[in-house]
Design a protein around this ligand. Structure first.
Ligand SMILES: O=C[C@H](O)[C@H](O)COP(=O)(O)O
Ligand SMILES: C=C(OP(=O)(O)O)C(=O)O
Length: 358
């Protein structure tokens, strides 16, 4: 550590990490996986541009903590995705980085062994392997871009990214998003503020120059071109939901006033469900009804779903973990997910092709 007595005084230790280039050399993207990423990104662009009539639906666990259960879930979701692909583009939530309101487990990259050992090098390897395998299935992946460095390790496997409610106002995250290679959903603030997401959409469309790391892990000046595929994610906040038609109309007005594309995602979980999974299918039904009634701005949804219902705390003895149950937010189970997605597809399959977007 530096000999300077005025710096790192609160740093306990630091250790070098594998570079992004080295990790990708160890775990390259196959042609099949690359095709899944590229097609997934393009389909989302086409949906946002009104060239593809479908909705895209980001479905999956609140967080990934058990890669075998994640593979099991991905195989089920891939089958469902193929079944509904005429109407819904299904993208799997593969969330490795968890923003916490205060403290708590921060995800599989930060602590892959769920025991505060913070084996981040192992976390990056495990996370990349799973993302490669999910894309190999032909299932595109979505994640939250939370850590400003990790995208250099993983973003070549990602078709869509979210910036979370706690970081949508962050300049660092807006700068990072302006250089990412896919559409970015900006959550409204945890207090329900829409302004932070609208301002993020404005910011992300501009070029930015900022401090980052390159593929060789060298600190570098990153200069971006700007990203024209930012959109708002309505996730509720301030103790109340904002998926209702009035909140959606107010969001459309705000986007119109700002001269931004009226493309939004409804997050059926978080403050839109008061974190009660039983509410998520009701939100999905309400959104479907809004579209049947003529809404043309809702182009995507987010659903927190797992193999089994609810959530669990991380036990002292990991052998006590219940299979396929979230260790962060509570999720709907697989049968509920299948039913809700199928219902949405059946109700919208003849309507979406007639929607005039934009
Ligand atoms: O999606 C996960 C949670 O909503 C988010 O990480 C905050 O969780 P917490 O309030 O339990 O920290
Ligand atoms: C943390 C999440 O959501 P939010 O940022 O809306 O709380 C999430 O989608 O996992």
């Amino acid at each position: 550590m530096s000999g300077n007595k005025l710096e790192n005084l609160n740093v306990a230790s630091q250790e070098a990490l594998i570079t992004p280039e080295a990790l990708k050399k160890e775990m390259p993207l196959s042609d099949k996986a690359a095709e899944t990423v590229s097609k997934g990104r393009q389909a989302i662009y086409d949906i946002m541009d009104g060239k593809d009539h479908r909705l895209f639906v980001v479905v999956g666990p609140c967080s990934i903590h058990d890669v075998e259960a994640a593979r099991d879930y991905a195989a089920r979701l891939k089958k469902l995705a193929d079944e509904v692909s005429d109407t819904l583009l299904i993208v799997m939530r593969v969330y490795f980085e968890k923003p916490r309101t205060t403290v708590g487990w921060k995800g599989l990259i930060n602590d892959p062994h769920l025991n505060d050992t913070f084996d981040i090098e192992q976390g990056l390897h495990i996370g990349r392997r799973l993302l490669l395998d999910i894309n190999e299935l032909g299932l595109p992946a979505a994640t939250e871009a939370l850590d400003p460095i990790s995208p250099q390790y993983l973003q070549d496997t990602i078709a869509w990214s979210a910036i979370g409610a706690r970081t949508t106002e962050s300049q660092t995250h807006r700068e990072m998003s302006s250089g990412l290679s896919m559409a970015i959903g900006f959550k409204n603030g945890t207090d329900g503020s829409l302004d932070v997401a609208v301002n993020a959409m404005k910011s992300v469309s501009h070029p930015h120059s900022f401090l980052g790391i390159d593929q060789q892990g060298q600190v570098a000046i990153i200069r971006t071109k700007g990203n024209n595929y930012g959109h708002v994610v309505l996730r509720g906040g301030g103790g109340k939901p904002n998926y209702d038609s009035v909140s959606v109309a107010l969001c459309e007005q705000a986007l119109d006033k700002a001269g931004l594309r009226k493309s939004m995602m409804i997050d059926c979980s978080h403050a839109n469900s008061s974190k009660d999974p039983a509410i998520q299918p009701l939100v999905m039904q309400d959104v479907t009804h809004q579209i049947l009634e003529g809404n043309t701005s809702i182009q995507s949804l987010m659903v927190e779903s797992n193999i089994n219902w609810g959530n669990q705390s991380i036990p002292e003895n990991l052998a006590d973990l219940k299979y396929g149950v979230s260790v962060t937010d509570a999720c709907i189970d697989w049968p509920t997910t299948e039913k809700a997605i199928r219902d949405m597809r059946d109700k919208l399959k003849d309507v979406l092709p007639k929607r005039k977007i934009g």
